[in-house]
Design a protein around this ligand. Sequence first.
Ligand code: HAS
Length: 483
Amino acid sequence: MELQKSLRTIILAELLVPLTLFIFGAYHGVLQGMYQAGVIRATKFAGIDYYEGLTAHGVINAIVLTTFFAVAFGYTVVSQELKSKVSIPGASISLVLMLGGSVMAAVMIFMGKATVLYTFYPPLMAHPLFYLGLALFIVGSWIPMWTWIPVYLRWRKENPGRKTPLGVVGIFASFIVWQMATLPVAFEVLVQLLPWSLGWTSGVNVMLTRTLFWFFGHPLVYFWLLPTYVLYYTMLPRLAGGKLFSDFAGRFTFMSLILLSCPLGLHHQFADPGITTTNKGIQTVLTLFVVIPSLLTAFTVAASLELGARNRGGGGLFGWWKKLPYFESKNWLFPYLFCGLVIFLFGGITGIVNASYSLNNVIHNTAWIPAHFHLTVGGPVFLGILGASLFIITGLLKKPVVSTTMAMVVPYLWMVGTFIFSSGLFLNGLRGAPRRTNMGMTYLNPASPSYRPDWWLGAHMGMIGGCIMGLACILYFMVLIRS
Ligand code: HAS
């Protein structure tokens, strides 16, 4: 990988720092499973309270890791594909702001002064430094796209008539979505939550803050997803031994996600008062529209896999599936992307259930929701981050990946873990088990009057799946550190 020397250092920091923080994020994930199953029956473990751990798990995994990865991946794609130099001062300022912001927020969480979960809904209030940290982090993540624009315009001038590389279209789409999504949450944090936590205002409009958060919260999921879609459209077909079935489908998917990904947040607020039924109905329809680019992706990626498999000698109506490089250790990146796709089939279908206004009443705020998002952000997105980070880090350091077999086992183990975990949580969600609840203290404690023996199976499946996911992470770090 040929990149500017200082950019290489910046990208390495953007990948390695959040991956290091992620060790805490993953640890608290495994602990969550144990609290849920009643294996831990206490309000805290090893000095960290249940809700502190849950906040660390959500903020580190869903916000810090994903955003740092998107920035690092964006820099890699833009400078590689356009073969151009990017602004190093811009990249450095962005890194400093994002690092400073994450450290500030993480310190507040681990000091127990920001136990507000990753959605930071009022009336839960955090220390002002937590909100300031978030604001710095967001502002830092805005800088890269604005510095890529002149690079792209220069490339455009020097390459008249050439199509913009597909990966670059995907990266710009991702950051346009991010820019749109983060404006309302920046307003929420800077104008409402920060003055309130400093004691300058006596209260906030709770419904407005929730609506501003979800205006951000839904496009956010496509910001998480788009870098992985870039991998699916640009790398996966080659790893499968073929080529992309339709370049147009890729461009259409990226562009339509900009148009369709917001405003959609009200589908997270179907149960909230203060929003009319008509608006909720309209957002159901709009949410179902945003499924279209993903269905198009499912078709295009499957067709690209088929092209690859047929090139490798596969034949028949379904026989070609056998020829894909599922277990070729030199092609260790393939399973990261492939397992992500398989997981996403289930994450996507359950998203369609969530989006239906009437069905949502059954599963809202139950264990069903974390089951859904561990098959989306915890499936394709997370495996894309792990695979691409290992690929980029070893590429920049010019080191081979050692233990390619172990590297290849990670996504399969993760997939098995997420399926067991999510099946348990779906089951419990349908039986009414709440999310974000320390169940070991109550529902999973036989000594408690609220004991629910019918939730035992689902909660234990969740814990076993979580432990398998934890094991996959340990193997991944063994490969990464040794490489
Ligand atoms: Fe979601 C809640 C609806 C996609 C993440 N979602 C969440 C939350 C998160 C999240 C984190 O409408 C919880 C937030 C919280 O803390 O409260 N979601 C959807 C819909 C989609 C969707 C309609 N979600 C995502 C993605 C996420 C994500 C992507 C992260 C990256 N979600 C909702 C709703 C809620 C919600 C409601 C609120 C619920 C509530 O009550 O709180 C769609 O975009 C999904 C479309 C996707 C597909 C799948 C396409 C399949 C593909 C794979 C093809 C496979 C191949 C391989 C080719 C239709 C591309 C085949 C191989 C074989 C061997 C078979």
